[in-house]
Design a binder for this molecule. Structure first.
Ligand SMILES: [Zn+2]
Length: 147
């Protein structure tokens, strides 16, 4: 992956620096959008900065702005394609301290609603009719062209 942007070299053992079987939905030289394989959460995306950077404030101002542009494009695309009840944006990185944002479409009948997806599961996974059929990528690209 590109190391364009602020930051040092790859983090030892970092899964975002040495990706295995990621499903990359979209990418440019600075960041990429992954479709997460989270059972019960169709459309769960992660926006990952290319370089091994720890915090938002480690990025140059224009890089911060670009990263959030991508996050917001993914949010808007998910709203368009999946019409979720709510979109959760989260940047934690406690386990993987390589800057990334979770963009999670939430539904009132999803496995953890109204808890955070990292909280207590309150119901079974529901059936999903969402398929990675290219609509999400098209919507992300359309949103980014609007910026
Ligand atoms: Zn990393």
């Amino acid at each position: 992956m590109s190391s364009v942007g602020t930051g040092g070299g790859p983090g030892p053992g970092c899964p975002f620096c040495a990706p295995g079987s990621e499903r990359v939905l979209w990418s440019d030289v600075r960041s990429r959008v992954l479709l997460a394989a989270e059972p019960g959460y169709p459309g769960f995306c992660r926006v990952v900065w290319g370089a091994h950077v720890r915090e938002m404030t480690d990025l140059a101002l224009e890089d911060r702005a670009r990263l959030m542009e991508v996050v917001f494009a993914v949010e808007a695309a998910l709203r368009e394609v999946l019409s979720p009840y709510k979109v959760n944006l989260a940047s934690l990185g406690n386990r993987v301290p390589h800057l990334h944002w979770h963009v999670i479409p939430r539904f009132e009948d999803d496995p953890h609603f109204p808890e955070a997806v990292w909280g207590t599961r309150v119901r079974q996974n529901k059936e999903s009719n969402f398929e990675n059929d290219g609509r999400l990528l098209e919507a992300i690209e359309r949103q980014l062209r609007k910026e």
